[in-house]
Design a protein around this ligand. Structure first.
Ligand code: PRX
Length: 647
């Protein structure tokens, strides 16, 4: 029986037992790292495997030197491990720092399908390595070369992990698109990357139904450069295969050699592009690179999730998001850990499916979003009677602020007061976790994320959270094909040497950071990231709509949920129009964009220059003072909207 956490005032600390066996348990590490953060990351990076051709070839390095300079800063651009040569898959497999012999027979990945009668699948490191190599060779045979972008539109099945790793093996740049995104959302992303190959599946199970993913993929590639589609068989649904364009995964991979030489990648070569929402309608392709990302993924996971040989780690995030990339793929694998991925709805076919999965696999480290926890809590603790959570030793939270009562519910009912809760703050842009309490040190304070990870420097400027040099090795290096956007979004507000996170935050007297939320036009709904512009662009495409405004308002389960205001060109049937808007959002974005409310109004509050004042619309829900409306072009509109909302 594990010991409970130690409570001192409103802070919690790990039990002595937990502390003793944690990878990191001495708070001196913060001071040490702060003295010289570049050196700190350099020492960690040295524990990875770097190729050494530099010693002999062009890089003119000598002896033990693995890279020329650890950090080079030409604001706003920066580089880590300059000229170092690495492949993330070599560090996962044959050159894993734990030793290949010691991990090759251990399970790397466990896959739990949604239908309960279906059997799970396990991949040992060796089996996963073989499949990655075979698929990498198959990609090469299709002509894929280093630097080519590959679209991945796959559900939560092992092939998603294999595809990402196979791309990384040969230096192709993967761009994973969340499988619940619509075909239009897929198209926009494929057009931006210019991918010529898309990897997808026939279908998958979601809430008891088969989703026809191939059909979406077929629609999504129209008008893109995609010439070849690789289809993994998952659901067995009937799909249309187009000759010379569509290939079954198994046909391509089965006779391929089970070894593929790793591509020697420059530390600053692109590993992947992942799209996320910003303040405009168009999603941004964040560019992540091989060297820095690998270092950060490896050590944040090791110290924050504290994996040991016997741990089973489950992160509920989809591989289509950054949390899936880093902590449901690269980080546990770099650490020789065992992790689980689950195909379906965590409350399907019964509300406690998630708890059953923890019990079934004896999950020891569980990572999820506050929205999921609020949903568990809503179903009631009664449902958890008889569930054995004894295997759990550490809990994590990510993606949105966790309020105090949700934190307490999680801590008490799932963690049984024995598991530290690591509330991890980070972003698609940062590549890995940057703020959290370390589990072997603490303190854990409900609703506070904790301290910056060792070697990371944050500041709070007029209430805004900013990241200071040397930033972190895994921070995005750019927005794909859009250097201006990169500059404007991150390096303008506080100058070229300060990374602006777009989050508001404050510190308590112990320097623990509490995140308040986004200060830009990003809505965090159920932990997902949507921009108001994206929602408005989608809605505005409807012919009947003259203009629209989207805002995020409080939602007791999702944290925030979108609300849409629409103005019609001419009178129409309100209920019909609302239905159309919902369908349109599903078609253009996907089910995550479902609005909580749609209001039909006759005018939107605007400045005299015509800018829609979303801030005022938001205040109508928060009850905040509206302030001086006289500067608006149409102050009366606010009163009318207020009435509509009240009704
Ligand atoms: O507002 C912060 C919130 O999520 C944003 C980043 O979203 P995304 O790029 O989708 O990445 C989510 C997963 C890493 C942040 O700007 N956020 C993330 N983690 C937390 C959080 N807000 C509060 N507490 C967190 N632990």
């Amino acid at each position: 029986m594990r010991k409970k956490l130690i409570k001192k005032g409103n802070l919690y600390f790990p039990s002595k037992e937990f502390e003793k066996r944690a990878w990191v348990n001495d708070k001196k590490i913060y001071k040490e790292a702060a003295k010289n953060p570049i050196k700190f990351w350099e020492n960690l990076a040295k524990q990875l495997f770097w190729f050494t051709p530099l010693n002999s070839a062009k890089g003119n390095l000598t002896g033990e030197q693995k890279w020329k300079k650890t950090f080079v800063h030409k604001p706003p651009r920066f580089q880590w491990f300059v000229n170092g040569k690495i492949n993330i898959t070599s560090n996962i497999f044959e050159r894993n720092s734990l030793g290949w012999e010691s991990i090759k027979n251990k399970p790397a990945l466990i896959w739990e399908p949604e239908p309960i009668q279906e059997k799970f699948r396990t991949f040992t490191y060796e089996k996963l390595f073989r499949e990655v190599n075979q698929f990498a060779n198959a990609l090469k045979k299709l002509g894929v070369k280093k630097g080519d972008r590959i679209g991945i539109y796959l559900p939560m099945i092992p092939e998603a992990v294999i595809s990402m790793l196979a791309c990384a093996r040969i230096g192709a740049v993967h761009s994973v698109v969340f499988s619940a995104f619509s075909s239009t959302a897929l198209k926009i992303r494929l057009q931006d990357t210019g991918a010529k190959i898309l990897i997808t599946a026939d279908g998958y199970w979601r809430r008891g139904k088969i989703i026809d993913l191939k059909k979406n993929a077929d629609d999504g590639i129209k008008g893109t450069k995609v010439k070849k589609v690789i289809v993994a068989k998952r659901a067995g649904n009937k799909v249309k295969m187009e000759k010379a364009r569509d290939f079954w995964w198994e046909d391509l991979a089965k006779n391929q050699p089970d070894f593929c030489e790793p591509e020697i990648m420059d530390s600053e070569d692109t590993l992947f592009i992942l799209y996320t929402s910003g303040s405009t309608g168009k999603p941004k392709g964040t560019v992540h690179v091989c060297g820095g990302y690998t270092v950060q993924a490896k050590f944040t996971g090791k110290w924050i999730f504290d994996w040991r040989d016997e741990d089973i780690f489950w992160s509920t995030a989809d591989l289509g998001w950054i949390t899936g990339h880093t902590y449901s793929c690269y980080s546990p694998l770099l650490n020789g850990a065992t992790f689980l991925i689950y195909e379906g709805g965590i409350d399907w076919p019964e509300p406690r499916r998630w708890a059953k999965i923890i019990e079934k696999y004896k999950v020891s480290v569980f990572y999820t979003a506050p929205t999921a926890v609020r949903m568990f809590a809503k179903y009631g603790t009664g449902l958890l009677k008889g569930i054995n959570f004894e295997s759990l030793r550490l809990l994590g939270s990510v993606g949105e602020p966790i309020d105090e009562s949700t934190w307490q519910w999680y801590f008490k009912n799932v963690g049984q007061e024995r598991c530290p809760v690591v509330d991890t703050w980070w972003q698609t842009e940062t590549g890995g976790i940057l703020i959290t309490s370390l589990p072997g040190i603490g303190p854990f304070k409900p609703a506070f994320t904790g301290l910056p990870f060792p070697g990371i420097k944050f500041d709070i400027k007029n209430g805004n959270l900013v990241l200071l040099p040397p930033f972190c090795p895994g921070l995005l290096r750019g927005i794909y094909k859009n250097p201006k956007k990169y500059l404007d979004t991150y390096w303008k507000k506080y100058g070229k040497k300060i990374y602006f996170t777009s989050d508001a935050a404050y510190k308590d007297k112990n320097n623990l950071i509490r995140i308040i939320g986004r200060v830009d036009d990003v809505i965090k709904t159920a932990g997902h990231r949507l921009s108001t512009g994206e929602l408005e662009d989608a809605v505005s495409k409807l012919k009947i709509i003259s203009e629209s405004a989207a805002i995020g308002i409080f939602d007791e389960i999702k944290g925030e949920a979108p609300v849409i205001f629409i103005v019609l060109k001419k009178a129409g049937n309100i209920e019909e129009v609302k239905k159309e808007v919902i369908i349109q959002l599903r078609k253009e974005i996907g089910p995550i964009a479902k609005p909580k409310q749609i209001y039909l109004v006759d005018d939107l509050p605007k400045t005299r220059s015509g800018k829609i004042m979303r801030r005022i619309l938001k205040k109508l829900f928060t009850g905040e003072e509206l302030g001086d409306l006289s500067t608006l072009a149409n102050p009366k509109s606010v009163e009318r909207i207020q009435k509509i909302i009240k009704n």
